[in-house]
Design a binder for this molecule. Structure first.
Ligand SMILES: [Fe+2]
Ligand SMILES: [Fe+2]
Length: 164
């Protein structure tokens, strides 16, 4: 599966993190769990760290922007953390099972919960900038070529484009 603009929430800071998570999922999918268990464990550990940072970031945004749908969204984060922790502590897991679960989870979560959160925040940010929501979102798209996006895009392309 390839990264698509459909997965983007419209909130640049969150989308950069999603791209890196997606790149890691591609990496898991490329590993053979019979011969590359050490690498697989390293990626699982990184996913655990990333979940901590990324979910922490989104949950701080929920508090800062007084987001009303937070409890449902946070429950999904905790579910993902539980699954990643299970994989991290179980030597018999299979890379492709983890990749499949993560991929399904990320796509459905980013397209529903994260997008809804992003739209809530974008309304505040657009208002603060004296812009309409659509002008603000367009402005974010135009700045995709910024250094941050370039780095995230390069990570995604390298991982996604590599076949083993
Ligand atoms: Fe989320
Ligand atoms: Fe997210």
């Amino acid at each position: 599966m390839e990264w698509s603009q459909d997965f983007e929430s419209g909130l640049a800071d969150i989308d950069v993190q999603h791209r890196y998570i997606f790149a890691l999922i591609q990496r898991v999918n490329q590993l053979d769990d019979k011969v590359e268990r050490t690498e697989l464990r390293e990626v699982a550990e990184e996913l655990g760290r990333l979940a901590l940072c990324h979910f922490g970031c989104e949950e701080q945004l929920m508090v800062a922007y007084d987001y009303p749908e937070g409890s449902r969204h946070i429950a999904e984060h905790r579910k993902l953390e539980t699954v990643v922790n299970t994989f991290r502590h179980d030597d018999n897991y299979h890379a492709h099972n983890l990749a499949l679960f993560l991929c399904n989870w990320l796509v459905s979560h980013t397209m529903m919960e994260d997008r809804q959160l992003a739209m809530h925040i974008v309304k505040f940010r657009a208002r603060a900038m004296g812009m309409t929501v659509s002008d603000f979102v367009e402005g974010v798209k135009l700045h995709r070529s910024s250094a941050t996006y370039a780095v995230a895009g390069a990570v995604g392309r390298k991982r996604i484009g590599t076949s083993r």
